[in-house]
Design a protein around this ligand. Structure first.
Ligand SMILES: [Zn+2]
Length: 132
């Protein structure tokens, strides 16, 4: 009995009637493909719009910091940006938003730094234990 592989489209000799793939490789590839398809559509809709709403809610859309936050948010959505500049922009945006809506940025970022250091230590410890 012949089957049509749902991954590579090749014809193969199916041992079972419900066989969908010609090989384990194709089965794995198809599964991976469906996982990628899910992660390609994160539930985030337009960073700029979210920032604008946040600013509008605080009544700070038309302030210098608010306008800068929108520009930074807009730059973050440009796909050519590299990962490192995205994280720099994201810090900038967080600071500008905090400035614009009048929240104190300092305590939050200190907590983040402490948390980042703790996470880093944990990651290193895990790497060490898994190397053994
Ligand atoms: Zn195949």
């Amino acid at each position: 009995m012949q089957g049509l592989c749902q991954c590579c489209g090749g014809v193969f000799e199916a041992r079972r009637r419900d066989a969908k793939f010609c090989s384990d490789n194709c089965r794995k590839r198809a599964r991976r493909k469906s996982e990628v398809a899910v992660s390609e559509h994160p539930p985030v809709t337009g960073l700029v719009e979210v920032v604008r709403q946040e600013l509008r809610r605080a009544g700070k859309e038309l302030t210098p910091a608010g306008q800068q936050a929108l520009i930074v948010a807009d730059r973050m959505t440009v796909p050519q940006e590299t990962g490192s500049s995205i994280s720099a922009l994201s810090k900038e945006l967080t600071a500008l938003l905090a400035l614009a809506v009048g929240k104190a940025a300092a305590p939050a970022s200190t907590t983040d730094e402490v948390k980042a250091k703790r996470d880093e230590k944990r990651t290193r410890a895990q790497a060490r234990s898994s190397a053994r």
